[in-house]
Design a protein around this ligand. Structure first.
Ligand SMILES: [Zn+2]
Length: 262
């Protein structure tokens, strides 16, 4: 864990959480304000707490996060999945805060699917994707096993651009779709290509939906109204999510997802 002074030379937001006599903080990701995968300060703080303090995070994240950033879809969706409360536009500096780092590369190699076996989305590609989901890592350490989910970004011509399994055993927020978004963004620093499709073995949850829609839009989304018209992108899911988190997803609201019938 790195403990660093809060960076002030770049336009980053900051988030704080007070718990058990200490204050933890994290800053927002990519300093480019227009980056589509700019992890919000509150989202980074939640991810960092779960990553650095797996035993205590469940208790601590019940406390309110105060963040300098305005209300945004990403922070809201992370709050629903792995946190509880956020106060936006709240800047009350805590000079003794312990700043937690959270690197977007965390867990990326762990969840990567080797697509050498199926470089193109042809034939039994949906079946292969489901099979890869069943190969999710299992481990006694940290949280429970990874949930059996896989996701693959496929180009308009059928090339598999990147594919991942869930990595939530190591880091609560590392769902397969978030890993695909991270991997694509870190490698290319560009939106999802025109005409691409994200195939997922299970319908996207609310949190992943925001990251996916942002990368399809090519810009961060404060609200779903920010999504531009005429973007050629869709999510194809093989199984319906039944736990309810998909019902409120921005992908569903924007009509960007549909079930693929095998
Ligand atoms: Zn998810």
């Amino acid at each position: 864990m790195a403990i660093q002074p809060i960076a002030t030379s770049v336009p980053r937001h900051v988030a704080f959480l007070k718990t058990e006599g200490r204050v933890f903080s994290a800053i927002s990701g990519d300093p480019d304000l227009d980056s589509p995968l700019r992890f919000s300060a509150a989202a980074n703080l939640l991810q960092a707490l779960w990553f650095h303090f797996p035993k205590d995070a469940r208790r601590w994240v019940r406390n309110r996060i105060e963040t300098s950033e305005p209300r945004n879809l990403m922070a809201q969706s992370f709050k629903k999945l792995i946190g509880k409360r956020i106060s936006y536009d709240s800047f009350n500096p805590y000079p003794d805060a312990i700043q937690l780092d959270f690197d977007e590369k965390h867990g990326l190699e762990d969840s990567r699917i080797d697509t050498g076996k199926f470089p193109r989305a042809t034939g039994d590609f949906p079946g292969l994707l489901l099979k890869e989901a069943r190969g999710a890592n299992r481990s006694e350490k940290r949280f429970e096993n990874d949930r059996e989910v896989s996701a693959a970004l496929v180009s308009a011509s059928g090339e598999i651009l990147t594919a991942h399994r869930n990595g939530n055993r190591l880091i609560r927020s590392r769902h397969a779709e978030i890993q695909v978004c991270n991997d694509w963004w870190l490698k290319n620093k560009s939106p999802f290509p025109k005409g691409s499709r994200l195939w997922v073995s299970l319908q996207c949850c609310e949190m992943c939906a925001v990251a996916v829609a942002s990368l399809a839009a090519g810009k961060p989304l404060r609200t779903e109204k920010d999504f531009p018209q005429g973007i050629d992108f869709q999510v194809l899911y093989l199984k319906k999510e039944t736990c309810g988190s998909a019902a409120n997803s921005v992908l569903r609201a924007l009509g960007l997802e549909r079930a693929y019938k095998t």
